[in-house]
Ligand binder design. Structure first.
Ligand SMILES: [Zn+2]
Length: 59
């Protein structure tokens, strides 16, 4: 089964964070948690969300 992966640097962040999950919903939860803890984003805005979704890869 394909995994979904995301790397923070792919949206232009100076950050070594990567995440992977079995589906996009789980991945988004991990990304949201990281964005809050590491980048102080309590909510991912629409523009950032679009970048995140564009940067998600199937592995
Ligand atoms: Zn990050």
């Amino acid at each position: 089964m394909a995994k979904k992966t995301f790397a923070c640097k792919d949206i232009g962040m100076q950050c070594g964070f990567t995440a992977e999950a079995a589906n996009e919903q789980d991945l988004m939860q991990k990304i949201a948690k990281h964005a809050k803890e590491a980048h102080g984003m309590n909510k991912i805005d629409d523009a950032t969300m679009k970048k995140v979704k564009a940067a998600i890869k199937s592995a």
